[in-house]
Design a protein around this ligand. Structure first.
Ligand SMILES: [Zn+2]
Length: 404
């Protein structure tokens, strides 16, 4: 079957709701936190040399940049179509290119010609090094886009906070460029002590943060839902995290070749004002915020929060459908979703949250809702007497419902 016929069949079969296959991504420099429901025997399913699986990507049209051993299509989400006894698959990326606005809606297709965000569960046992995602003006020098990202820590995945549930953000107010320069000059001397210039915040399950491009951050070890712009641009500014040494090539990653070795360029990549903001938490910490007055939603059988907001490149909501309720939820734009809890029906699909997933196994916990289906309203019913349905929904840029 051609890409077009699989994509059209998927839209037709799901009545505008596309079923996606789990999309596992290993990282050679990370140790898995083992909170993303993968079978304990499968965390090294790509082979020990590829590193453990500590990410599951959602609604991704972005390939993972995992070095020379990256497997074909790693990082790309696949749409699954059942055709009698056969299962057909096509990448969300190819399906969107083929049927254009039919999946993501004409507004996003006309502006981007692609689905320009993705989200993931990030599940690392330790903290990541203090690193930075370039702003557009620096990313474009290496043919990439700047990358803002946001965090939300689902309570369902965080009974255990792992090794370091604190995140360093930015630089302390008053830090000088000479102090940062000295750390970067010391990159090859073991611990360059860059986090001595920063401050860490305790991570609280059920809350989140926004980090725009150009801000240093060393994500802590809570299991994190992470909506972000579709880009993989970064540079690591910290040389030692926990017990792990970071190779110097990662300090210079995504630096134009003629600037490699130039520490002034690394300093230029840092958005100084944003990093040294004395009110950093007030500007970046995010409490969930109801999308409508809570009483109205509860009377209809659900509760929905914005969890990622005040962002232009993407947004995210957490939807809870109470036990025994059937609700119709309308959204102005296309979205991907991942189920965190419960079971029931969403449109034509049976949905359920797995307790355990084998590598390569299909699930019924991840879908992509086309713009037309989102606008018409998705019917979700929860047959349980006790268990809510909880899902996270990731949206593209300039969500028409944001700010309402
Ligand atoms: Zn990052």
């Amino acid at each position: 079957m051609s890409v077009r016929s699989i994509a059209e069949k998927a839209i037709d079969q799901g009545k505008g709701i596309l079923r996606l296959a789990p999309n596992w991504v290993p990282r050679s420099f990370c140790v898995p936190g083992r909170r993303i429901k993968l079978h304990p025997a499968d965390y090294y399913a790509y082979g020990g040399d590829r590193g453990g699986i500590d990410e599951r990507w959602f609604s991704s049209t972005t390939p993972a940049d995992n070095g020379p051993k990256t497997s074909p299509n790693e990082g790309l989400s696949f749409i699954v179509v059942e055709d009698g006894s056969r299962t057909e698959k096509v990448t969300l990326r190819d399906a969107v290119s083929e049927v254009k606005g039919q999946i993501i809606g004409p507004r996003l297709w006309d502006a981007y010609q692609c689905w320009p965000m993705y989200s993931k569960f990030f599940d690392n046992k330790g903290a990541l090094p203090h690193h930075i995602h370039h702003r557009d003006q620096h990313a474009k020098l290496v043919n990439q886009m700047g990358k803002p990202e946001s965090y939300f820590f689902p309570v369902q995945l965080n009974n255990y906070g792992a090794d370091f549930p604190y995140t360093f953000f930015g630089l302390q107010p008053g830090t000088t460029k000479d102090q940062l320069r000295e750390c970067l000059q010391n990159f090859n001397k073991g611990d360059n002590k860059i986090t001595n210039l920063s401050a860490a915040y305790r991570l609280e399950p059920g809350t989140g943060w926004n980090v725009q491009a150009g801000i240093l951050h060393a994500p802590g070890s809570l299991c994190t839902y992470e909506p972000q712009k579709a880009s993989d641009v970064f540079a690591m500014y910290q040389s030692l995290t926990g017990d792990a040494i970071i190779p110097e090539e990662l300090l210079w990653k995504n630096t134009p070749p003629e600037k490699v070795g130039n520490i002034d360029y690394l300093l230029e990549v840092v958005d100084w004002e944003a990093n040294t903001d004395p009110n950093f938490a007030a500007h970046h910490f995010r409490q969930p915020k109801p999308v409508r007055p809570a009483g109205q939603m509860h009377a209809e059988g659900y509760h929905e929060n914005w969890i990622t907001y005040d962002t232009t490149d993407y947004g995210a909501k957490e939807l809870t459908v109470f036990p025994g309720k059937t609700v119709t939820i309308k959204d102005g734009g296309a979205y991907g979703m991942i189920l965190l809890q419960g079971h029931g029906k969403m449109g034509v699909w049976d949905i359920d949250t797995p307790a355990l997933i084998r590598f390569g196994q299909l699930t019924m916990d991840e879908f992509f809702v086309t713009e037309a289906a989102a606008r018409a309203g998705v019917v979700i019913s929860n047959p349980s007497k006790t268990d809510p349905i909880v899902m996270l929904k990731h949206f593209g840029p300039a969500n028409p419902d944001a700010g309402k």
